[in-house]
Each structure stands twice: as structure tokens, then as C-alpha cells.
Design a binder for this molecule. Structure first.
Ligand code: AHG
Ligand code: MN
Ligand code: MN
Length: 334
């Protein structure tokens, strides 16, 4: 098998499509290198003293795990000095992180969920890192939060690393979705899938069903109809999976199809769903669309949403196109 490294892929993409200038390539390679470091820390587990809580809370009031903070620091340090970024924003930091004055300022903005699936860290289940890249607005002198508030359709790259039985990096720069497996001995990312395609139809769905009593009618209807199986209105049996790491659930969907849902529900009108638009929904929506799938908040395309704040939450329905269209239709009928 001919091995194509991440670097070779990025250079060839640039030659073919002229969409990965040198600074963006550096950015992607630095993020990928940071993910390698995180993967190494994750793999050490208790031996590396990285498990357990950190006795602190993030801006969303969630208890932080040690690995949330370690991963955040790894990404910050890796990306500060290269000259490719103007600023960073993270799920684990209240405000944006401008590039310190001692380093040159670049034209990109990097956003990340440093460690996705925190509840799975201590139980040795797949977790991941999600990232999104925007261009700083033209003429911006000093980066501020406003610069980040661009709809997901403006992303120039997005990706995730999943730390599972294998560490895999999934990437889009707007020309399909490529996957790279970490060769641990060589320390290199090797392309293992050139063009991920999500099947349009599926028999598999993912939702945290313990919230069923809080769901709104369109979600209730959609899930009830799937659960009715062969003799119900959908006339087929469905299977259910919920890993509680969005990265791992999305990776399964990218591999064999499915629909992932984290809907808004009746609990707290100020909290439209649990997932964060800028660090989770937008990058995943970009990847899923580039693989032929769809992503909505139940009503509209996630990538069309104009963000109003850095840490805003959003309902998410993504994956196999025909299923996302169906549940989105149920919301728009209601
Ligand atoms: P994070 O660990 O970054 O806070 O994200 C966890 C998210 C997402 O990965 C997952 O799909 C969801 O939360 C799981 O939520 P429940 O615990 O409600 O199932
Ligand atoms: Mn997350
Ligand atoms: Mn996280």
C-alpha cells in the first residue's frame, strides 16, 4: 500500500484546488501534532496521572476533568508561536486567547473542543478533539470575540481526532472528507480514507433516550415511529447507539451511516440543546455535509446560523441525509 502522509495530502490538495495556503497547512499540521500529544496522554491513562477531575468548572458550569485542561493547554501551546493564528477560542476558556505580542500574528482563527466526551475519560471509552478554522475578518487589528461570530459556512477547515482503539484524524478543507490513522510507531498520520461518504439512508439512530420525557413533539414523533419498527409507519426495524462522545458517535455515522440527535428540550428555554455551536456543531456539520450528509438544528441548516455568542448552544440533528430531512420536516410542520 502506498502511504500518503497528512503533509503530502495537504500539499497535493493545494496544487489541485489552491485552497490550502502555507499558513493553513501549518495550522492543520500543528493541530494534528497537538492531537498526537493528546492521544499519547490519553493512552497513558492512570499511568500518566491524567484521569479524574481537576476540581474546577468551565464557563458553562461543567466540572472540568484533568484531561480537559491538559488538552486545552497542549492545543494553546502548540498553536501560539507559528505565526499562523490571530487568536483561539475554546470550550474550556471563558474568553478568547489572542496570540501573545511576542509572536507574529497570522490571519486565521482556531476554535476547539479540546476533549470531547469527558464523561468517558475515566471509563476508557472513545473520546476526541474537535476543531474549526475561520479566517479573521479583513482589516481586523486586534482580535475580539466578534471576529469569531461567523456562520459555520465560513469555515475554511474543520476536523476531529478520535482517541479510540485507533487514533484517527478526520479532516475537511471543503473538498470532501479525508481520514488519517496515527501510525504510533512512526509517529505519522497516514491517509486511510480519501473520500468518506455517509449513506443517505440508515437504520441506526443515536439519542440520549433518558431525556425522552422532556422532548418536544417532533422529536417524540420521529423516535416513536422508528421504535415502532417493521409494523410501524417506517416499516423497518431501527437500531440504537449512544456513546456519549459526539466525536465517536459522528465517527460511526461517517463510517456506516446513522443519525445523531441532541435536541433542545422543555427543561430550560435559555439552553437550546446541550452542544456548542462553535466548537461542536459547526465543525461536525461541515464534515458531515462534505461527506454527503446533512446537519440542522431541527429547522435550519446549522452552517447558516449566525452566531450571537461564543459559547452558545444549539440543537443538533446530523448524519444520513434522508433521516435528517425527515426529522427537520417534522419540526417545520409543527
Ligand atoms: P464535552 O465532553 O465536550 O462536554 O461534550 C460532551 C457532549 C457530547 O460529546 C456528547 O454527545 C454529549 O455531551 C453527551 O451528553 P449526555 O451526557 O447528556 O449523554
Ligand atoms: Mn464536546
Ligand atoms: Mn469538551
Amino acid at each position: 500500500m502506498k502511504r500518503i502522509s497528512l503533509t503530502q495530502h495537504l500539499i497535493e490538495e493545494q496544487r489541485l484546488h489552491n485552497n490550502i495556503p502555507a499558513e493553513l497547512r501549518l495550522l492543520i499540521e500543528v493541530v494534528a501534532r497537538a492531537c498526537k500529544t493528546i492521544s499519547h496522554a490519553v493512552g497513558k491513562g492512570a499511568l500518566g496521572e491524567v484521569l479524574g477531575s481537576a476540581d474546577s468548572e468551565n464557563v458553562q458550569g461543567e466540572v472540568q476533568k484533568k484531561l480537559d485542561i491538559i488538552s486545552n493547554d497542549i492545543l494553546l501551546q502548540a498553536n501560539e508561536w507559528g505565526g499562523h493564528l490571530a487568536a483561539m477560542a475554546s470550550e474550556e476558556m471563558e474568553t478568547i486567547h489572542p496570540i501573545p505580542n511576542r509572536y507574529p500574528m497570522g490571519e486565521y482563527l482556531l476554535l476547539f473542543d479540546p476533549l470531547d466526551g469527558s464523561s468517558n475519560i475515566d471509563v476508557n471509552v472513545s473520546i476526541g478533539t474537535i476543531f474549526s478554522v475561520l479566517k479573521a475578518p479583513a482589516g481586523m487589528s486586534a482580535p475580539n470575540e466578534q471576529a469569531f461570530l461567523q456562520p459555520g459556512s465560513q469555515q475554511v477547515a474543520a476536523g476531529y481526532a478520535v482517541y479510540g482503539p485507533q487514533t484517527v484524524l478526520v479532516l475537511t478543507t471543503g473538498n470532501g472528507v479525508q481520514s488519517f490513522t496515527l501510525d504510533r510507531e512512526m509517529g505519522s498520520w497516514v491517509m486511510t480514507q480519501r473520500e468518506a461518504k455517509i449513506p443517505e439512508d440508515t437504520k441506526e439512530y443515536a439519542i440520549n433516550a433518558s431525556n425522552a420525557r422532556h422532548w418536544f413533539a417532533p422529536v417524540q414523533r420521529y423516535v416513536d415511529e422508528m421504535n415502532a419498527g417493521k409494523t410501524g409507519p417506517r416499516a423497518k426495524d431501527f437500531n440504537m447507539r449512544w456513546i456519549a462522545s459526539m466525536v465517536a458517535d459522528v465517527h460511526r455515522i461517517l463510517t456506516r451511516g446513522g443519525i445523531f440527535m441532541y435536541p433542545a428540550d422543555a427543561r430550560d428555554p435559555d439552553k437550546p440543546g446541550k452542544l456548542r455551536l462553535m466548537y461542536e456543531a459547526n465543525p461536525m456539520a461541515f464534515i458531515v455535509e462534505q461527506a454527503g450528509g446533512a446537519a440542522t438544528n431541527g429547522k435550519e441548516r446549522i452552517l447558516d446560523i449566525q452566531p450571537t455568542s461564543l459559547h452558545q448552544r444549539v440543537a443538533v440533528f446530523l448524519g444520513s441525509k434522508n433521516e435528517v430531512d425527515l426529522v427537520t420536516g417534522y419540526h417545520n410542520e409543527a
